[in-house]
Write a protein that binds this ligand. Structure first.
Ligand code: FAD
Length: 381
């Protein structure tokens, strides 16, 4: 009766379920170990009637119109441009570091000189990865790079990852740019917006199809087992396909060792004030143990005398204790992942997709694009 088992009700699993149900008219069972759908995009209204993102602030931004068109079938959107401040030397300044930040941290004459220097070296409205600026031979630019690196970047990265930036993949470090211009927005993508009623409502609509059944509070291994190279649903060999979006190392009982992740302890607080801070997110690279504070009322405006904030405390991921959030990019980890990937190819009806199964960081638009492409490319019939 079931053509596809999808493990995980995050965006990857839900987009594929929707495509399979609507386009192939096949039956899908989604198995999700959490008590809700939506994966890390899950949001809900808390006791202050404020829509909060349970697994950290999720800001949708993309240049991909196909992804926007696809998701727009399930939601309308509110325009939202995310802005972030950074607490350095007792002051909150704009980040990504841009020309406004120059004037917030340096005396006027020095800021102006640096602005001119940046403009003569780089294109207006471009983004320069901090590690690239640091390599500059110009002494003023090298000074600026060191300043940004020391005050904004290095301690934040150390807190976030528990390691030195030099040891990390440039795909991660490049995420911290210097912006050659005056745009204070955190992202520069063409589409920056939020599902009008939240991600969970959007995903609920995506899954609203007679061919899709969902079991939450259920771990894959409670229903299914692996024998030789086959999957069994209870005691019956499952002839359909298994689309797995969970951790690949867990699926194979850590056969080639654990794949390390960074986790975050998310601590929500109610504050008895209309607003707690000036912008949605304030980063704290150098002070306190949390990396950032997010205030959800800035993201989803709500009338309330109270406000909800989230402090994020990065920590090591430990199996069964906390949640795996970010894969840790090192060549050793990638090699171990590749061993799992090779091994997985021996399972004919197994398909791997998603940030945990592929051990890869995907933004929401990336994972929707990946799932849509995956659907087009794989031979699903
Ligand atoms: P997930 O959302 O992780 O879904 C996987 C699901 O599988 C989970 O629900 C899990 O419980 C379930 N599962 C795993 N194993 C099993 C099992 N054995 N049995 C049953 N179920 C199982 N993206 C943006 O675009 N903008 C942002 O601002 C942004 N902020 C982020 C902040 C944080 C802290 C994190 C961690 C991510 C952020 N992202 C953001 C990325 C976004 O969360 C991902 O793109 C998206 O969640 C990927 O979807 P997925 O389906 O691959 O994974």
């Amino acid at each position: 009766m079931i053509d596809y088992i999808i493990v995980g009700a995050g965006l990857a699993g839900c987009v594929l379920a929707e495509r399979i149900a609507n386009k192939l008219d096949k039956k899908v069972l989604i198995i999700e170990k959490r008590n809700h759908i939506g994966g890390n995009c899950f949001d809900y209204k808390d006791e202050n009637n404020i829509l909060i993102h349970k697994y950290g602030p999720h800001l949708f931004h993309t240049n991909n119109k196909e992804v926007v068109d696809y998701l727009s079938q399930f939601t309308s959107w509110d325009i939202y441009n995310h802005e972030v401040l950074c607490f350095i030397d007792g002051k909150k300044v704009s980040i990504p570091f841009n020309f406004n930040t120059l004037y917030e941290v340096f005396p006027q004459s020095k800021a102006k000189a640096l602005e001119e220097k940046l403009l003569s070296n780089f294109e207006y409205n471009s983004k320069i990865p901090i590690l690239e600026l640091k390599k500059s031979e110009d002494k003023d630019l090298a000074f600026l790079a060191d300043y940004i690196y020391d005050k904004i970047f290095v301690n934040y990265t150390a807190k976030q990852w528990g390691m030195k930036p030099e040891d990390m993949d440039s795909a991660v470090t490049a995420r911290v740019p210097v912006f050659i211009g005056r745009d204070n927005r955190y992202f520069n993508d063409k589409y920056q917006m939020l599902p009008a009623n939240g991600y969970t409502k959007m995903i609920e609509k995506m899954l609203n199809h007679k061919n899709i059944k969902i079991m939450t509070n259920t771990d894959f291994k409670e229903l299914c087992s692996l024998k030789e190279k086959d999957f069994y649903l209870f005691d019956t060999k499952f002839e359909g396909k298994v689309i797995y979006t969970g951790q690949i190392d867990e699926l194979f009982d850590y056969k080639f060792g654990e794949l390390p992740y960074r986790s975050v302890d998310m601590k929500f607080e109610t504050v008895e004030k209309k607003f707690y801070q000036e912008k949605a997110t304030v980063n704290y690279p150098n002070d306190y143990d949390f990396t950032r504070i997010t205030e959800f009322k800035h993201i989803h405006p709500t009338k309330s005398d109270k406000t909800t904030i989230l402090k994020e405390y990065p920590q090591e991921y430990r199996i069964g204790v906390n949640t795996p959030y970010y894969p840790i990019f090192t060549s050793t980890n990638q090699e171990n992942y590749n061993k799992y990937l090779e091994y997985s190819k021996e399972f004919e009806n197994l398909l791997l997709v998603g940030r945990l199964a592929e051990y890869k960081y995907y933004d929401m638009d990336d994972i929707v694009e990946r799932a849509l492409e995956f659907f087009k490319k794989e031979n699903f019939d």
